[in-house]
Design a protein around this ligand. Sequence first.
Ligand code: 13P
Length: 253
Amino acid sequence: MRKPFVAGNWKMNMNSQTGVALAQGVAEGAADLAGGSVTVAVIPPFVYLPPVGQAVGSSGVAVGAQDVYFEEKGAFTGEISPAMLKDVGCTYVLCGHSERRHVLGESDELVNKKLLAALGGGLLPILCVGELLEERDASQTEQVVERQIRAGLAGVDAEKMATVTIAYEPVWAIGTGRTATREQAQEVHAFIRKLLAEMYSETLAAEIRIQYGGSVKPGNAKELMSEPDVDGCLVGGASLKVDDFVQIIKAAV
Ligand code: 13P
């Protein structure tokens, strides 16, 4: 049985005060669920990781980072290593978020290097995949998602794979208010699980959590997560408001 996983990707939002207040609010609001029946994570900008980690304390709410670099240390100005993220209490890290792919130009190969480095450093990666609108319109959704998953997971053995989460985030649904329908989400999630079964095994594929992301709100979270292969959500905008995010967490059970 897969435990639902709801994560809030704050993107480039909040400051030290509002971020701490948000984290505290989530920790309080999700107190009965976080770390118990739902895995909950907040994913602030790098600079707020330490105060946010302190704010969530031992509440069961985990902390994740939005990105990581693949080298251990050295002359890589501006980059952050897996060990640095561990050092400030990170558990999770996003790899290949669509904004990193499409705004910052990250390739499948770079995403794979980052994911392998994250695993090597003891972090739990959330591999984000999803098609552009023109790719969906050209019926290329499965092709794109398959390429991103096969490339992103290259070199990941079954033991490590058991610690990876996949997030399906159709790019056309991110920040647009246009959510995938529950049927559209389920269709792609089922495809991803079938692909993982082919790449690893049925047993392992049945254990991997696949989150949906893209305009998840309190009003649509429940129906999306009631689909059999939708194991939680990766939430952007609605994770910046305590009440909305807590409602989404509650919708997971
Ligand atoms: P929105 O929920 O704002 O659409 O963002 C989704 C997302 O990209 C989460 O990583």
